[in-house]
Design a protein around this ligand. Structure first.
Ligand code: HEM
Length: 406
């Protein structure tokens, strides 16, 4: 792998795939918001990083100039990235017809129906931790729950969990730096879902009622009001993006929650004593530890906040930075469990806003509630500065060693 030269100035030479960014991302973004809200870099064939709330909204809403055809900034040339992750890699007008048929599977009603199964999964994972004095909040819990949930939704064997984790890591972590890993993972995921689709097709009316069958039967709307079946590429792309979108995001946020509560005893005590704070607390964790920074492909020379940006390059929308913008949030760098006005952007903004947000919120609530009921007292077993954060577009703690207190 090529050497990664250290960053000289984050405003003109940023490297969002560096260990430094993984460790200090929030502080670096705070500095950029102040002194250079549209940072740039010559790395990655030229890219920009937008950090202010309003500029992110304006950019995300301009889907013509800032296309979703490429959603990552990595060492691959932007014009060489051809990964189909419909609907996230589609722009209007093609985007809506492929997104809408997926929405009912993630509606509040569908999420409510799924909740008892998620509670049972969380309880089982906690049973495995049992009476241990030390547990890893990320590796033993946060990183397992969303994988189980998605496996259950796809209707695939529970034994696929470790493979899903390897694919997600391959695509969103190591693979962002070592492209061969990402390519291998992508090929395996595509083959896996192609086989799953074939199996459901062979079963015909006997196919189980799972997400793979839903995608197989999905019909995209046509401009004349009629419909057409999803193409094979769209089917595989949709299952692929649901797996990518549904796993790492949620595990990162749940891991961040346990990291925070393990290192902020007053917040832990308060949340255990006042469980009615859970809804505002979940939103505040999402705001404060928002995991996703995602890219757009620039289709034409343009300006963002008066800064010229060039056609053919990419721009990163730092949703986590929008969520700490002092123009929008009072005391943005404080985590306030009962924060009232909290219109955060952890789930994005515009037409691509997260379609799994109901499911994500339920998983986070169930996952955290079950943990706190079982382990109301725990603390981080290492200094917070020793916790490593993942490199890549989704930020979360890689490991959260916790001491369980009696
Ligand atoms: C804490 C958890 C989650 C966070 C923070 C999150 C965040 C996001 C963000 C920021 C976007 C917008 C991307 C953009 O601007 O291009 C997005 C899109 C998306 N998310 Fe999530 N997500 C989470 C959980 C989930 C779950 C559980 C699923 C489904 C199983 C999911 C599926 C998707 C899909 C399919 C899209 C693309 C939507 C489209 O292009 O229309 N996400 N998510």
């Amino acid at each position: 792998m090529p050497e990664r030269p250290p960053v000289t100035d984050w405003a003109t030479d940023f490297d969002h795939l560096s260990e430094e960014w993984a460790a200090d991302g929030p502080e670096i973004m705070a500095d950029l918001r102040e002194r250079c809200p549209v940072a740039s870099t010559e790395r990655f064939y030229g890219a920009y990083l937008v950090t202010r709330h309003d500029d992110i909204v304006t950019t995300a809403r301009n889907t013509e100039t800032f296309s979703n055809r490429v959603t990552a900034v990595n060492t691959n040339h932007p014009d060489k990235i051809k990964l189909d992750l419909s609907p996230i890699t589609l722009d209007p007008p093609e985007h809506g017809p492929v997104r809408r048929p997926l929405l009912p599977s993630f509606s509040p009603k569908a999420t409510d129906e799924l909740e008892p199964a998620v509670v049972a999964m969380a309880e089982r994972l906690l049973d495995d931790i049992g009476d241990a004095e030390l547990a890893d909040g990320a590796l033993d819990y946060a990183q397992l729950l969303p994988v189980e949930v998605m496996g259950h939704l796809f209707g695939v064997s529970a034994g696929m969990g470790p493979t899903f984790r390897r694919w997600v890591d391959g695509m969103l972590k190591e693979g962002q730096i070592d492209l061969a890993i990402a390519r291998r993972a992508a090929r395996e995921v595509q083959e896996f879902f192609a086989n799953q689709l074939d199996e459901r097709e062979d079963l015909g009316d006997d196919a189980p009622d799972d997400l793979v069958s839903t995608v197989l039967r999905a019909e995209a709307e046509l401009p004349d009001g009629g419909t057409r079946p999803f193409t094979r590429k769209e089917r595989i792309g949709a299952l692929f993006v649901l797996m990518l979108g549904g796993i790492d995001t949620t595990w990162s946020t749940l891991g961040s929650m346990l990291f925070h509560l393990g290192s902020h005893p007053d917040d832990l005590k308060r949340l255990v004593a006042e469980p009615e704070l859970m809804p505002t607390a979940i939103e505040e964790f999402l705001r404060y530890y928002s995991p996703v920074t995602i890219a757009r492909y620039i289709t034409d020379d343009a300006e963002i906040a008066g800064c010229p940006v060039s056609k053919g390059e990419r721009v990163l929308l730092a949703y986590p930075s929008a969520n700490r913008d002092p123009d929008y949030f009072e005391n943005p760098d404080e985590l306030i469990l009962d924060r009232e006005n909290n219109r955060h952007m952890a789930f994005g903004v515009g037409v691509h806003r997260c379609l799994g947000s109901n499911l994500a919120r339920m998983e986070l609530r169930v996952g955290l509630t079950a943990w706190l009921e079982r382990y109301p007292r725990f603390e981080l077993a290492v200094d917070p500065s020793e916790v490593q954060w993942s490199v890549g577009p989704i930020r979360g703690p890689r490991s959260v060693p916790l001491r369980i207190l009696s």
